[in-house]
Design a binder for this molecule. Structure first.
Ligand code: KG4
Ligand code: ZN
Length: 328
């Protein structure tokens, strides 16, 4: 297989890209839905409708940029889960329909495997084995990665995801959505030490996370202070998340005796997190390119290429809104 089209529609980004093993990412388009900002979070029905509106034109555009005819595609990869059921169905039905029409196979991709493999598209690319910290709006997990498709879940969040905590904190301070970049921006002018924040679950063993207590703590602080102190809250909150993630990453490297850490997912775009990990962890830390941190079609095309042996041509449209990564 040479030219793989990748389609991502699991949440509020519509992503389409072409990956070719000789040429890398040949073309890559991402459309971020804006309608959700007014609601402070993703509205599933709006997300599905927007994917329906955007996807066909984006596929045409990506093929044009890649100078490819649809029949020159060798496979069509799509995010089959986890994610919002309705949103997933738009990408899945488009991919499976298109594949059937062209007589090509379709490849169901696990969204988090897409994130997990995305640092392999950067240079330097990490070698196996490595520990992956996956931090997005819906997931926070540490995974031991022995090779392609060989994943062992080390720990995950028991409640909110790290990105979700950023989004909720942003909402408390009336910032925009997605909250991560907004909180990070506000934090630039804040003093992270002005208010005290907990580092949840770091003083007991284990590699699980919990961010809901941090959110409650932040809510109480916001209620007590003046808006002029919000930058300090943003900075203190961001530092608490960053420290907590760094402590668990260090612990995961120690427990697995692995030497490389890979970080991916929307929150891996966070500058303070990158600085902290680079500064404090033993061994090297690997990141995806900034534009591949948040949801995109390139990581799906790339993961699809690795999963090409599992391609199907049975025309079945199956999505898995819940899909544990260690069941792959
Ligand atoms: O991976 P992603 O695009 O979508 C999911 O699969 O969830 O991640 C989106 C999440 C959002 O919660 C957003 O607030 C967060 O990533 N995010 C950030 C930053 N950029 C995006 N969080 C902290 N700092 C950032 N710079
Ligand atoms: Zn994602």
């Amino acid at each position: 297989m040479q030219n793989i089209l990748g389609i991502e529609t699991s949440c509020d980004e519509t992503g389409v890209a072409v990956f070719n093993p000789d040429r890398g990412i040949v073309a890559d388009l991402v459309y971020t839905q804006a309608d959700h900002a007014a609601y402070g979070g993703v509205v599933p029905e709006l997300a599905s409708r927007d994917h329906v509106r955007k996807l066909p034109a984006m596929i045409r555009e990506v093929l044009e940029r890649a100078s490819l005819q649809p029949r020159q595609l060798d496979g069509i990869a799509y995010t089959a889960g986890p994610g919002l059921a309705g949103a997933l169905l738009v990408g899945a039905s488009t991919a499976v329909g298109m594949a059937a029409g062209l007589g090509k196979p379709a490849i169901a991709v696990h969204h988090m495997e897409g994130h997990l493999l995305s640092p392999l598209l950067a240079s330097p690319a990490p070698e196996f084995p490595f520990v992956a910290l996956l931090v997005s709006g819906g997931h926070t997990m540490l995974v031991a990665v022995e090779g392609f498709g060989r994943y062992r879940l080390l720990g995950e969040t028991l409640d909110d995801a790290a990105g979700e905590a950023f989004d909720k904190t942003a909402r408390l301070m009336q910032l925009g959505y997605p909250g991560g970049p907004e909180v990070a921006r506000l934090a630039e002018n804040g003093d992270p030490a002005r208010f005290e924040f907990p580092r949840p679950m770091t003083n007991r063993p284990g590699l699980d996370f919990s961010f809901s207590g941090l959110k409650t703590h932040t809510r109480q602080l916001v209620a007590e202070v003046q808006p002029r102190d919000y930058p300090h809250i943003a900075a203190g909150f961001e530092q608490a998340v960053v420290d907590t993630l760094a402590i668990k990453c260090r612990r995961a490297l120690k427990e697995t005796r692995m030497k490389r850490l890979v970080i991916a997912g929307g929150v891996s775009a966070n500058r303070r997190l990158r600085e902290k990990l680079d500064r404090t962890l033993p061994g090297q830390v690997y990141y995806p390119d900034l534009k591949l941190c948040t949801d995109n079609g390139a990581m799906i095309a790339y993961a699809g290429w690795h999963r090409r042996a599992e391609a199907t041509a049975d025309g079945k449209i199956a999505v898995r809104p819940r899909w544990p990564i260690d069941k792959l």
